[in-house]
Design a protein around this ligand. Structure first.
Ligand code: MN
Length: 205
């Protein structure tokens, strides 16, 4: 079945003032929609049209060479944005329980994790993403260029991500990417991150 554009799990204005309504509208309705459309066009008539987008992304070598780059870029754009919308919320709470314990174990403190994540997001040269991932049962921070996935960069399974393409922040923050990164922590959906952490660290996951 073709990739689909998920509806935002909240209003376009829900993340104001940290992420503005106009940015959310253009980001979701135009940018994310375009990745979905281009991905579906690339895989149409191939076995990948029937598969989960992540199947091809996790095994890019299995994707025919003539569509591999389109799958990597547009398929990545499809799933990365779907995760991004879900790990944000106007009412996301704070990390606790097993997730907070794992953060403290890996980084020393929540603030230390944020500092490492902020650094990854700020130093990703050009377009890309910052990630918090579960790698071999442990939390790690990493960054990837373009729409590349952490699984393809030895970083494990993502449970939190931040889009640092200019389209994600330029209308409100212009060149001030660090301000956007700091604002992001006000809208992290820690309940969802905790769910993803539990799934990624369960025996079945
Ligand atoms: Mn984006």
């Amino acid at each position: 079945m073709p990739a689909e554009l998920p509806a935002l799990p909240y209003d376009y204005s829900a993340l104001e003032p940290y992420i503005d309504e106009q940015t959310m509208r253009i980001h979701h309705d135009k940018h994310h929609a375009a990745y979905v459309k281009k991905y579906n066009a690339a895989v149409e008539g191939t076995p990948f049209a029937e598969k989960d987008v992540l199947d091809g992304l996790k095994d890019l070598g299995s994707v025919p060479e003539d569509i591999r780059m389109a799958v990597r870029n547009n398929g990545g754009g499809v799933v990365n944005h779907s995760l991004f919308w879900e790990v944000m919320s106007p009412d996301g709470g704070e990390p606790s329980g097993a997730l907070l314990e794992a953060i403290n174990a890996a980084f020393g403190s929540l603030d230390a994790m944020k500092e490492q994540f902020n650094n990854a997001a700020a130093t990703q040269f050009g377009s890309g993403w910052a990630w918090l991932c579960v790698q071999d049962g442990k939390l790690v921070v990493c960054k990837t260029p373009n729409q590349d996935r952490p699984e393809n960069n030895g970083c494990g399974t993502p449970i939190l991500c931040l889009d640092v393409w200019e389209h994600a922040y330029y209308l409100k923050y212009q060149n001030r990417r660090p301000d956007y990164i700091n604002a992001f922590w006000n809208v992290v959906n820690w309940k969802k991150v905790a769910e993803l952490f539990a799934a990624a660290t369960s025996p079945a996951g």
